[in-house]
Design a protein. Structure first.
Length: 281
């Protein structure tokens, strides 16, 4: 009975479709026409928008291609050049000099983790040296005991400092730099006359104490000492304090075998290469 009912239902449905064939065809044509019309409207509207926005788009693309990153942004995102003052040659003996020059890194977020430098005396290049400089730091670069003489017996005419192989590094977190602190105390600069040498002359001697007031200990702390008289560098020297603990104090002493005014200004500027993580104890 069920199979007969299903068959009957199937026949009724087929009959209904056949009877309304013309109506289906009409609505099918209407539906296709409506869809085609909507597509045409969409295409026409898209062409209209393209023609309207195309000049603006082309202008933006041209601007991006020529100046994707503005000149101002490029300038601000790159480190500024190291500022160099005039180099000085300090006579320490016959045809022998200490060379020194003051440099400044005016970048607040950029430091040089490593760089090389040479002094050039009258177009003659001297030995290569390496150093570093922290953000917003001033320091003296130097080379001691340079033997140099001109064939015409004149003094050095020109001194140039060459910086090269600069390895810049940006420092976003300045916690370590801000926590670096050193103190120099008990500074004494004295002069004496050398009497027990074949060529009597003057000598100078300096003693001081250096305290590491940082919360860090360091395997190596460089201690450059610069003597200034009448705004001119008249003496330079350097030592390294090894295994300097936090809040530890060490004595330092230097000698110069030529006369230096006792009232010279003494600059003691301990420095730590924070770019070398292995230097921290």
């Amino acid at each position: 009975m069920a199979s007969l009912n299903l068959k009957d239902l199937y026949l009724r449905i087929i009959y209904w479709f056949v009877s309304n064939k013309k109506e289906f065809k009409k609505w099918w044509i209407i539906a296709i026409t409506v869809v085609d019309l909507l597509v045409l409207i969409y295409v026409a509207f898209s062409i209209f928008l393209y023609s309207l926005e195309s000049p603006k788009y082309n202008k933006i693309i041209a601007s991006l291609s020529h100046n994707f990153i503005s000149t101002q942004f490029k300038t601000e995102s790159q480190p500024k050049e190291i500022i160099k003052e005039e180099a000085v040659a300090i006579p320490i003996a016959q045809d022998e000099y200490d060379l020194v020059v003051k440099i400044k890194n005016s970048n607040e977020d950029w430091g040089l983790k490593n760089f090389k430098y040479r002094f050039v005396l009258d177009e003659v290049e001297q030995a290569e040296n390496t150093s570093f400089i922290l953000p917003d730091q001033e320091k003296y670069l130097f080379q001691q005991g340079v033997s140099y003489s001109r064939s015409d017996k004149k003094s050095i005419q020109k001194i140039v400092l060459k910086l090269y192989d600069l390895e810049w590094q940006r420092i976003s977190d300045k916690t370590v730099i801000n926590n670096l602190s050193f103190e120099a105390s008990d500074i004494k600069l004295t002069s004496s006359v050398l009497t027990n040498t074949n060529q009597p002359g003057s000598a100078s001697h300096m003693t001081a104490k250096v305290r590491n007031k940082s919360i860090y200990g360091f395997w190596e702390v460089g201690v450059p000492v610069t003597l200034i008289f009448n705004n001119k560098v008249v003496g330079i020297n350097y030592t390294v304090l090894r295994q300097l603990e936090s809040f530890e104090e060490r004595p330092i002493d230097f000698s110069w075998f030529y006369g230096i005014p006792e009232n010279s200004e003494v600059l003691i500027q301990p420095e730590v290469n924070i770019f070398d993580s292995q230097n921290f104890m």
